[in-house]
Design a protein around this ligand. Structure first.
Ligand code: ATP
Length: 548
C-alpha cells in the first residue's frame, strides 16, 4: 500500500498550493475542469523562474566557445517560438496522426472510462464462482483494492476474506486478454458490481482537434493543437540554418504550451491536458551522436541536482530495448519519487532521446516506418506514400569536412509543470522554530532554491513607527530593481516570518531599533534560521551575490 505518510504529505502540498496561491484548479468557480490547472501569484513566479533558469542555463548563458565536461566539442544554442496550430501534414509525417493514441476502455455500468494499460487484475474464486477482479489503482494500493472488491462481489464479511482462492498475482488486464488467460466477459470492472460490463478497447488519439476558418466543415479544415513543441523546431530547421550563422553541432530550444487529451488526467498537475514543455532539439553529425546523447543525458540530470532536487529522490533510467520507440536509438528518463506514488515508484520529469535522423527525414520524405531494422517510407496499397513529406532538402553540408548528411537529433524534452510540481514536493518541509518568546512553534517551510523562489527577500519593519517603516521602504526600493522582494508591515514579526517561510522566501530583512542607530539590519536565513547583522548599504550587493 502507498505509504500513508506520503499521501498525507501530498494532501498537505496540494492544500498549501491552493491556500498560498501556487496552483488553483482551472475554472474553479464553475466546479473546475479535469486536467486543467491555473498558476496563482506565487505559482506563476515559481514556474517562470524555473523556465527562465532552464533558458538561461541551456541557451542564453551557454558558453559556445567552451568544451563542456563530457561534450565532444563546443556547440551553439539558439531558440524559437512556434505556433500551437501547425499545418496538419506536420502531424501526419511525424506519426502523431496515426500513432499518438492510448487504448481506452469504457464501463457500461459505471460510465467510467479507463486507460487499458492502467488496469490490473487477478482471478478470484469462491464456492465455484470465478471472476477476474480489476482495479485502476497503481503501486501497492492495487492488490488490497482487488481483495476489497472480491470480498464485496462474493458478499463476504471481513473475516471470510481468507476463503477467497486467488489464481496468481496481479497482472495487466491488457496482457491477460492478449494471452487468453482472461476475457472481458469474466472481468469485473474497477467500479462495476457485475462482470462483463467493460467494452472492447478502443484507440483514442490524444491530439485535441479544432477547425480552421469561419466556414469550417470539411476534412481539409481539421487542425490539431500541438501535443509537443518539438515539431515546430524540426520544420524550422532549414530556416534557422539559413538565417543564423549556426553550424552543426547546435541546438534549438523552445518553451511553450502543449496539449494532450489524456484519458485519465490525475495526480494534481502531473498528468494534465494542457501543459508546458521545455524542449531542445540538438542537431549533430551521425558519427558523434552517441557521445552527444550521453552528454545531454548527464547534463540534464545535473541541472535538476544543481537546482536542489534531492538526489535520493531522483532516478536516471535508461529504457530497455523493448521500451524504445520505433525510431529511437536510446532513451533515458529522469524520474522523481513523487509523494503520490507507491514506494519504489518514480514519475517521469524529462525524457532524453536519441532520435537518429527520423524527424528530419520524415519531414523531407514522409511518414516513416521501421522495416527489417531500417526506416523506410510507409506506402499505402497503391504504392504511394501514406503521408507525403515536404520534399524540401533538410540535409546539412559541412563545408570543412565537405560532407553532406542528415543530422542526427538528441532531444532533451522536459515538462515545466511536472518539474514545478517536483520542486514544490521536494521543497515542502515541516519543522520547529522558536517563537518570539523562545517557545517551539511548528512551521511549514518551502525550501526552494533561491533562483526558483517566487520572492527572494522580504523587508520587515519590526514595528510600524519610530521611523522603521521609512528605512524599510528605502531598502525595498533599493532591492526591487534587482530581485523580486516584498514589503510587509502587517502582524507580528513571527507571523510575517511564517508567511514568508510558506512562500519559500529565502531571506528576511528586519529593520529594528538598532538599525536606526548603527545602520545594520537582521538578515534571517530561511533554512538555517541563522540571523546576522548586515550593514544596510551592503544588503543589495550581498543578496545579489547570493543569487548568483
Ligand atoms: P508519460 O509517459 O508520463 O505520459 P511521455 O513519455 O508521453 O510522458 P513525453 O512525450 O516524453 O512524455 O513528453 C516530454 C515531457 O513532457 C514529459 O517528460 C513530461 O515532463 C511532460 N509531459 C508529457 N505529458 C504530460 C502531461 N500530460 N502533463 C504534464 N506534463 C506532461
Amino acid at each position: 500500500m502507498q505509504n500513508p505518510n506520503d499521501q498525507s504529505r501530498m494532501d498537505k502540498i496540494v492544500s498549501l498550493a491552493k491556500r498560498r496561491g501556487f496552483i488553483f484548479q482551472s475554472s474553479e468557480i464553475y466546479g473546475g475542469l479535469n486536467g486543467f490547472w491555473d498558476y496563482g501569484p506565487l505559482g506563476v513566479a515559481l514556474k517562470r523562474n524555473l523556465k527562465d533558469a532552464w533558458w538561461h542555463d541551456m541557451v542564453s548563458g551557454h558558453d559556445e566557445l567552451a568544451t563542456l565536461t563530457g561534450a565532444p566539442s563546443p556547440y551553439e544554442m539558439t531558440g524559437l517560438d512556434c505556433t500551437i496550430i501547425m499545418h496538419p501534414q506536420v502531424w501526419k509525417c511525424s506519426g502523431h496522426f496515426d500513432l499518438f493514441h492510448d487504448w481506452m476502455i469504457d464501463c457500461r455500468e459505471s460510465k467510467r472510462r479507463y486507460r487499458y494499460d492502467h488496469l490490473h487484475g487477478r482471478w478470484a474464486a469462491h464456492r465455484g464462482k470465478k471472476v477476474f477482479v480489476t482495479t485502476d489503482a497503481s503501486g501497492d494500493e492495487a492488490a488490497p483494492e482487488t481483495v476489497a472488491r472480491a470480498q464485496k462481489f462474493f458478499g463476504l464479511r471481513a473475516k471470510q476474506v481468507d476463503e477467497i482462492e486467488w489464481g496468481g498475482g496481479l497482472e495487466s488486464l491488457q496482457q491477460a486478454i492478449a494471452a487468453g488467460s482472461a476475457t472481458l466477459a469474466d472481468t469485473l470492472g474497477p467500479d462495476a458490481a457485475a462482470p462483463g460490463t467493460l467494452t472492447e478497447p478502443r484507440e483514442f488519439n490524444l491530439m485535441f482537434e479544432t477547425r480552421i476558418g469561419a466556414l469550417a466543415g470539411d476534412d481539409d479544415d481539421r487542425a490539431f493543437l500541438r501535443p509537443e513543441t518539438a515539431q515546430g523546431i524540426f520544420v524550422n530547421f532549414k530556416n534557422v540554418l539559413d538565417t543564423s550563422r549556426v553550424r552543426v553541432p547546435f541546438g534549438i530550444a523552445q518553451v511553450g504550451k502543449s496539449f494532450r487529451n489524456e484519458i485519465t488526467p490525475r495526480n494534481f498537475t502531473f498528468r494534465s491536458r494542457e501543459f508546458e514543455q521545455m524542449e531542445i532539439e540538438f542537431f549533430c553529425p551521425p558519427s558523434a551522436s552517441a557521445e552527444w546523447y550521453r552528454f545531454w543525458r548527464d547534463r540534464r540530470w545535473r541541472w535538476y541536482l544543481d537546482l536542489g532536487l534531492t538526489e535520493g529522490k531522483l532516478q536516471l533510467r535508461e529504457h530497455a530495448a523493448d521500451e524504445l520507440s520505433h525510431y529511437s536509438v536510446g532513451t533515458a528518463d529522469i524520474e522523481y519519487a513523487f509523494p503520490f506514488l507507491g514506494p519504489g515508484e518514480f514519475g517521469e520529469l524529462e525524457g532524453i532521446a536519441h532520435r537518429g535522423d527520423f524527424d528530419l527525414r520524415s519531414h523531407m520524405e514522409g511518414k516513416l516506418v521501421r522495416k527489417d531494422g531500417e526506416l523506410v517510407l510507409e506506402t499505402g496499397p497503391d504504392g504511394k506514400p501514406r503521408h507525403k513529406g515536404s520534399g524540401k532538402d533538410l540535409s546539412y553540408f559541412d563545408d570543412i569536412t565537405r560532407e553532406r548528411y542528415v543530422p542526427h537529433v538528441i532531444e532533451p524534452s522536459a515538462g515545466a509543470d511536472r518539474a514545478t510540481l517536483a520542486f514544490l514536493c521536494d521543497a515542502y518541509h515541516e519543522d520547529e522554530v522558536p517563537d518570539e518568546d523562545g517557545k517551539p512553534r511548528s512551521r511549514t517551510v518551502m525550501k526552494l532554491h533561491p533562483r526558483l523562489a517566487p520572492v527572494k527577500a522580504a523587508i520587515l519593519p519590526l514595528v510600524k513607527k519610530d521611523g522603521m517603516p521609512e528605512v524599510a521602504v528605502d531598502l525595498y526600493r533599493a532591492l526591487k530593481p534587482h530581485m523580486a522582494c516584498q514589503y510587509d508591515e502587517k502582524g507580528s514579526v513571527g507571523r510575517r516570518y511564517a508567511r514568508q517561510d510558506e512562500a519559500g522566501t529565502p531571506w528576511c530583512l528586519t529593520i529594528d531599533g538598532q538599525t536606526l542607530t548603527d545602520k545594520t539590519v537582521t538578515l534571517r536565513d530561511r533554512d538555517s534560521l541563522v540571523q546576522q547583522r548586515v550593514p544596510l548599504d551592503e544588503v543589495v550587493a550581498m543578496l545579489r551575490d547570493k543569487l548568483r
